[in-house]
Design a protein around this ligand. Sequence first.
Ligand code: ATP
Length: 196
Amino acid sequence: MVVVGLTGGIGSGKTTLLKCFESFGVPIYIADKEAKALMNRSKVIQRKLIDIFGDLAYINDELNRPYLASKIFADQSLLAKMNAVVHPKVASHFKSWLKKQEAPYVIKEAAIIFENKLENQYDFIITVVADEDLRIQRVINRDQSSKEKVKSIMKNQLSDEEKIKKSDYVIKNNNLEEAKKQAHKIHKEILLRINA
Ligand code: ATP
């Protein structure tokens, strides 16, 4: 099965473009969403996270997100510990999900591919880019976030220029209609490349 990675900086439009590929019939997997679901569903993860964060990590079997966020904010090393518990579970969940797919290729959305040097897990990589001022405004509108907060997240991500160099395909999402056209072209090109 051909696995295409879809990435891009905060507010670039990954989720928006992913829905577009879904409308072409491409199965999509959102690693972040599955991680969150597994943290609530898996008793093994629950036990391990309680070992790391204490009993307050869950309230009535629901992950206590604000508590975890405040603990991680105070001690960054907890993030790596949490990832060491959650990431392998998401990886095996993805593997079994993949086995069930029958389409010529699938798309996996992951905000961080290049930053974690995970590019060899993908056959092709699509990066979504958009002008920085547009991205900032979109995130402010979506999350009622502040400009400073969005900028500080951007600072920790690889620049669009670096990502473009490492990508097979780039979608420029300053304008949604234009971006959708690019997505359709890329979809057809991938099908051709894999002889589907
Ligand atoms: P994040 O990295 O924060 O998860 P993302 O890359 O998945 O973000 P989206 O959530 O798809 O980005 O888009 C961010 C916001 O901008 C959303 O509210 C979305 O509806 C809006 N948006 C995306 N693309 C466009 C566009 N071309 N024109 C206007 N608004 C857009």
